[in-house]
Design a protein around this ligand. Structure first.
Ligand code: ZN
Ligand code: ZN
Ligand code: ZN
Length: 364
């Protein structure tokens, strides 16, 4: 699998005229090598020339954690008194065009640029983004398991098993996080809990606000499974019966989200999926209150290619995995968002999240 990914990566480098790929911390490295580097101040770098052997440069103390894959890379560990940047420069030779991992510490990029003068530099996502965006069947299965685990937590929330009234947003957020772990995640990436007017802020930081009766509670949470793949889901609940104005808004949002999922057919440009959600929300009278793109790709990272956003003409391909998460936000009043992870397949869009989308009433 990794050897096959390496060969596709090299074809793409060839197409783009990139003769050297340098990967450090970030998800490109585990995708290509199976090794996830800790974000240390010590340099880890996979050096991939377009032709010839690839080398994983790692600090000696990290080397025992690296599973060597001779068909993909050889290991080269460095000691505390060595200069790892010099080692990478030596392995690099004199490249004309270098693609460097998007998450590489600037400190190392700056040093490498000084050691490799004359090279043209680009972000590695130009090489890897489109490749990583297309999931193979094992990756789709991994995303399905992650989504199912998140669904179990969402179902607990909708069933009223997660107490909300009388607790702070931060307490509910911590509770959702514990449940993500209990359902099989290895790490919690985020658990947004936004009540009442706070729900009008899409990335609200859950705080000390105590949740009361008669409020919408927007919950957007996700984590990373032990195999590295991510979940991400948003559902809203209401403490007691929602007012009719909110019900009307929510019906528009539900229709927009469902239509955008249905529109996620192979061959459809990403921006057209966004446009479907936006048109329905605009026709419902809330166009100016849908203030973000419709979705983002998901895989080893919670946000990656492809982005479901105006301007992205890229057509959906089988294996593209992404969120569909329109929202409507009324400043100072309330907001709502519904989010599913969807995979484009030859037989149509496959929504991995299966819990109901409606505004569940909890704790009257
Ligand atoms: Zn978000
Ligand atoms: Zn989300
Ligand atoms: Zn999302």
């Amino acid at each position: 699998m990794y050897a096959e990914r390496l060969s596709r990566t090299r074809s793409r480098m060839d197409e783009l005229g990139v003769d050297l790929l340098l990967l450090s911390v970030g998800a490109d490295l585990p995708w290509l090598s199976g090794y996830r580097a800790m974000p240390l101040e010590r340099l880890t770098m996979l050096v991939v020339p377009v032709e010839g052997d690839a080398t994983m440069v790692v600090p000696r103390l990290e080397a025992p954690r690296v599973v060597e894959r001779p068909e993909v890379f050889h290991l080269r560990s460095w000691n505390e008194t060595d200069d790892p940047v010099a080692l990478v420069a030596e392995l690099a030779g004199a490249p004309r065009a270098v693609a460097v991992g998007d998450r590489t510490w600037a400190r190392f990029v700056v040093e490498l640029q000084a050691r490799l003068p004359g090279a043209r530099w680009t972000a590695a996502s130009a090489v890897t983004g489109a490749l990583r965006a297309v999931k193979d069947p094992a990756e789709v299965d991994a995303l399905r398991r992650a989504s199912a685990a998140a669904d179990r937590v969402a179902a607990q929330l909708q069933a009223g098993d997660v107490p909300v009234i009388g607790r702070t947003e931060a307490q509910v957020s911590a509770d959702l996080g514990r449940r993500l772990l209990a359902e099989g995640h290895a790490a919690v990436n985020f658990a947004i809990v936004a009540a009442g007017a706070n729900a009008a802020s899409p990335h609200h930081d859950p705080g000390p606000r105590v949740i009361g009766p008669g409020e919408i509670v927007l919950c957007d949470f996700g984590g990373t499974m032990p195999d590295g793949y991510c979940s991400d889901i948003t559902r809203c609940v209401h403490t007691g019966e929602p007012p009719s104005e909110l019900c009307d808004l929510y019906l528009v949002l539900e229709a927009a989200q469902a239509a955008a999922v249905d529109a996620a057919v192979v061959g459809t440009p990403c921006e057209d999926v966004d446009a479907v959600a936006r048109r329905i929300i605009t026709e419902g009278g809330y166009g100016e209150h849908f203030i973000h793109r419709t979705g983002h790709g998901i895989g080893l990272e919670e946000h990656e290619d492809p982005y479901v956003v105006g301007g992205n003409r890229e057509p959906l391909a089988p294996g593209h995995a992404f969120s569909v998460e329109p929202g409507i936000y009324l400043d100072g009043r309330f907001g709502a968002r519904i989010e599913d992870i969807v995979v484009a397949t030859a037989t149509g869009p496959d929504a991995l999240n299966r819990v109901p989308h409606g505004l569940a009433v909890v704790e009257a």
